[in-house]
Design a protein around this ligand. Structure first.
Ligand SMILES: NC(=O)C1=CN([C@@H]2O[C@H](COP(=O)(O)OP(=O)(O)OC[C@H]3O[C@@H](n4cnc5c(N)ncnc54)[C@H](O)[C@@H]3O)[C@@H](O)[C@H]2O)[C@@H](O)CC1
Ligand SMILES: [K+]
Length: 479
């Protein structure tokens, strides 16, 4: 699991470590890491460092200092390095001196044009969101072969992942010490490109309790997705129940079933009008038309394609009465938003999977720019795990843990995609995984499946996700 720390925690760790080091040591470590990534990119895209043009964008703080010292190192390797002040008039004296000594030059904002590599050192963790118009106008003149953000793309809100106004859009971000929220959540994460984490030695001073988000890694998912042991039978692996579909939405049950088939449960029960279609597509599923005769399960999924009429409400009441871990998706979210009594006094774990409009129905206002805080607010209010769908899906557990999902592709924004996610999620819950981890694992595997399904520009549909989910599970399990 990769932890994510906010600016205050980073500053605290930096000052603890800095107190025992000669002045400037951390900046030199940062600059060395930045130079390495920049040089590798120059080699990869332009065949070498020597003779390539590099532009350093600077502001008033140490972020510009990092860029200037890295630029001085690149100049020492024969790159033609220029620096331009994008924000304010105060400059980083040490960095300026180093660049001058290495043969770099300072140019006026009027003279910037194309450069092979641009290092964005306008603002870092000291940046306030939203750049002044003068800086934005200067940035507009910059044309880059490759843009590398120093620490974070300038202009973003580092602690929330919001991108206010015009922020730098980078293909790579070189960050120092640890990940910050802007790297993993919200629109800012889309402006970062590929993240390179440089160890500057502050890790030991970062306190676990100060981290605000976690990013699951492949090894976490492999550990969480239960594998059957020799003593297991279909019941001990967990029985998942799906209550889905209606004559209006007959496809949702099939897609939810396909998602569940990729998960770790040993058996799936289905209740709904499409019971015959479900069995003919998935003969291993035990299906009945009505919820009353569905049988016992270790976890329920309710909502995909059920509609919000009286029959759907009755089914949902039945599911909730079972008091087993339950995923509420799609129409079930609309129903609990309308009938708050449904969740009153609930004890068994609950996982809700809203997109933004469903979130608004449940919470009363849409998610804010700080999606992690918004997800956590709903999780606390309803005492339920909230999986807030988005480009970077957030999972918030009422116990306070928040996960930012690192996988996925915009290709997943397709009809029926959520049904497969909900199906996989209920299978994970039925296998005994806790709500937060089950939701984080489902989001991870679903995102990976989307990447697989859309590989090489293939148009992906939700129908492709069942197979792709099995490939995703296999790929996290293969070391
Ligand atoms: N503190 C440390 O120990 C280390 C810091 N490092 C670098 O230092 C950076 C932080 O440096 P600073 O704290 O100097 O902060 P920044 O360099 O991020 O910028 C702060 C300056 O920019 C101005 N500013 C920020 N946002 C603005 C806005 N929207 N409009 C107008 N002015 C704005 C501030 O008033 C301040 O003068 C990190 O991101 C990292 O790149 C690294 O060298 C590693 C060590
Ligand atoms: K920056």
């Amino acid at each position: 699991m990769r932890e994510v720390w906010p600016v205050t925690a980073v500053r605290k760790a930096e000052s603890t470590v800095m107190a025992s080091l000669p002045e400037g040591t951390l900046m030199q470590r940062a600059a060395a890491g930045l130079e390495k990534v920049a040089a590798d990119l120059l080699v990869k895209h332009f065949g070498g460092v020597y003779g390539r043009s590099v532009l350093l964008l600077t502001g008033m703080g140490d972020n510009g200092g990092d860029a200037l010292f890295a630029g001085a190192r690149l100049a020492g390797r024969g790159a033609a390095v220029r620096a331009v002040q994008i924000l304010g008039s105060r400059r980083h004296e040490g960095g300026h001196k180093a660049l001058r000594m290495a043969g770099g030059r300072f140019i006026s904002p009027e003279d910037v044009g194309y450069h092979d590599l641009v290092l964005d050192g306008v603002t870092g963790i000291g940046g306030r969101p939203g750049l002044p118009i003068e800086a934005v106008n200067r940035l507009r003149k910059v044309r880059a072969g490759v843009t590398v953000a120093v620490d974070v793309p300038s202009g973003v809100n580092v602690d929330t992942g919001e991108a206010v106004g015009q922020a730098v859009h980078a293909e790579h971000t070189v960050t120092f010490g640890c990940l910050k929220p802007a790297h993993v959540t919200g629109p800012a994460s889309e402006l970062c490109g590929e993240i390179h984490l440089v160890d500057i030695g502050i890790g030991r001073a970062l306190r676990h309790g100060d981290s605000v988000l976690s990013v699951p890694e492949e090894s976490d998912i492999a550990e969480w997705v239960r594998r059957p042991g020799p003593a297991d039978d279909k019941y001990t692996r967990g029985v998942a129940g799906i209550a889905a579909g209606s004559t209006r939405y007959p496809g949702a049950p099939l897609l939810a079933a396909a998602g569940a088939q990729a998960g770790p449960a040993g058996m799936i029960r289905f209740a709904g009008d499409q019971w015959r279609q479900v069995v003919s597509r998935h003969p291993s599923i035990v299906a009945t038309p009505g919820i009353e005769e569905a049988g016992r399960v270790q976890a329920w999924l309710a909502g995909p394609g059920t509609g919000t009429g009286p029959r759907a409400l009755k089914t949902l009441e039945h599911v909730l009465e079972a008091e087993v871990p339950t995923v509420l998706d799609a129409d079930a979210l609309t129903l609990v938003a309308k009938h708050s009594r449904l969740l009153a006094g609930r004890r068994a774990p609950l996982v809700l999977t809203p997109h933004d409009r469903e979130y608004e129905r449940l919470y009363g206002s849409p998610p804010e720019g700080d999606r992690a805080s918004s997800a956590l607010a709903l999780a606390s209010r309803l005492n339920a795990v909230v999986l807030l769908k988005g480009h970077r899906t957030i999972v918030a557990d009422p116990d306070g843990s928040v996960y930012a999902n690192p996988t996925g592709t915009p290709d997943l924004a397709t009809a029926g995609s959520g049904d497969t996610l909900a199906g996989l999620l209920v299978s994970l819950l039925a296998s005994g995984l806790g709500g937060g981890r089950a939701a984080a694992a489902a989001a991870y595997l679903h995102g990976l499946a989307g990447e697989f399904a859309a590989r090489d520009g293939r148009p992906a549909t939700a129908e492709d996700l069942g197979d792709a989910l099995r490939d995703a599970v296999a790929s996290v399990r293969t070391p």
